[in-house]
Design a protein around this ligand. Structure first.
Ligand code: ATP
Length: 241
C-alpha cells in the first residue's frame, strides 16, 4: 500500500456554536482518486477549506498532514509550491483577466517558459472552447467554461494533489460528462485527487475510494465500486428505492 499524501485525523470545525465537522479521519494515498460525497450542508466544503487552511485556525481542531508534514498556516502560494492545488466551489477564476492570463496565473510558481506555453497548448487541445476564447475575459464565460478554466488553471501548477470542490455544480449533463472525463484523465496521468461531489453516482464511478459525509461525520467509507452497490448508498445518495 502506498503512503498517504494527505492524512486528516480528528478534524473538527466549528462556526460559532455549530459543529460543522465532527472529528473526521480521512486519507488519500498517492495516485488515488478519492471522493467525498454527501448531502447539502454535510460539511464537505468546510472539510476542504480546513485542509487548505482557508478557515481561521481558531475554528479548527485536529491534524492535517500533507506529504508527511503539517500544513496549517501555509499560504496558498506555499501550498501550490509544495504541489497542492485547489479548485474551489464557484470556480474562483480571475474574472477581469482573459483566459490566457488566468492560465498564466496558474503557472506563477513555475519559470519554465517553454513548458508553460506547451501546457497552455495542451489545455487548449483538451478544451477547444478555451482556445477559441483565449482573449476573452474569464468573467464573461459560461459556468461550464469557467469550470474548465478553473481546472486547467489549477493543473498549470503541476500539482501532486488536486482538491476539487463540486466541479459538476450547475453544469449541463453534457458538460458534467466532459468534466468527469477530464477528472479521470488527470487521475490516469498520475495526479492524486480528492473530489468533493454531490453527484454521487458519477463521483463513485470515477473514484477508487469514497467517503460519505453526513451531518459533519464520516458515516461510511470504502472501495468506490462496493459503495455503488451498497443498498444504503443506493437509497440515500443514488436516488434508488
Ligand atoms: P454543499 O454541498 O451544500 O456545499 P457542504 O457539505 O459542502 O454542503 P458546508 O458548506 O461545509 O457543507 O456546510 C456545513 C455546515 O456548516 C452547514 O450547516 C453550513 O450552514 C455551515 N456553514 C458553512 N459555512 C459557514 C459559515 N461561514 N458560518 C456559519 N456556518 C457555516
Amino acid at each position: 500500500m502506498t503512503t498517504p499524501i494527505l492524512q486528516v485525523r480528528g478534524l473538527s470545525v466549528a462556526y460559532g456554536g455549530i459543529q460543522a465537522v465532527k472529528g473526521i479521519d480521512l486519507e488519500v494515498r498517492e495516485g488515488e482518486l478519492v471522493t467525498l460525497i454527501g448531502a447539502n450542508g454535510a460539511g464537505k466544503t468546510t472539510t476542504l477549506k480546513a485542509i487548505t487552511g482557508t478557515l481561521p485556525q481558531c475554528r479548527i481542531a485536529g491534524h492535517v498532514d500533507y506529504a508527511g508534514a503539517p500544513i496549517h498556516g501555509l499560504s496558498s502560494f506555499a501550498l501550490v509550491k509544495r504541489g497542492l492545488a485547489m479548485v474551489p466551489e464557484g470556480r474562483g477564476v480571475f474574472a477581469r483577466m482573459t483566459i490566457r492570463e488566468n492560465l498564466l496565473m496558474g503557472a506563477y510558481s513555475r519559470n519554465d517558459k517553454a513548458g508553460i506555453e506547451a501546457d497552455i497548448d495542451k489545455w487548449f487541445g483538451i478544451f477547444p472552447r478555451l482556445r477559441e476564447r483565449a482573449n476573452q475575459l474569464a468573467g464573461t464565460m459560461s459556468g461550464g467554461e469557467q469550470q474548465m478554466l478553473a481546472m486547467a488553471r489549477a493543473l498549470m501548477s503541476h500539482p501532486k494533489l488536486l482538491l476539487l470542490d463540486e466541479p459538476s455544480m450547475g453544469l449541463s449533463p453534457l458538460m458534467v460528462e466532459r468534466i468527469f472525463e477530464v477528472v479521470r484523465e488527470v487521475s490516469a496521468q498520475g495526479v492524486t485527487i480528492l473530489l468533493v461531489e454531490q453527484n454521487a453516482r458519477m463521483a463513485l464511478q470515477a473514484a477508487h475510494r469514497g467517503y460519505v459525509m453526513d451531518s459533519g461525520a464520516i458515516s461510511m467509507s470504502g472501495e468506490a465500486s462496493a459503495m455503488l452497490d451498497d443498498p444504503r448508498v443506493r437509497q440515500a445518495y443514488l436516488g434508488e428505492e
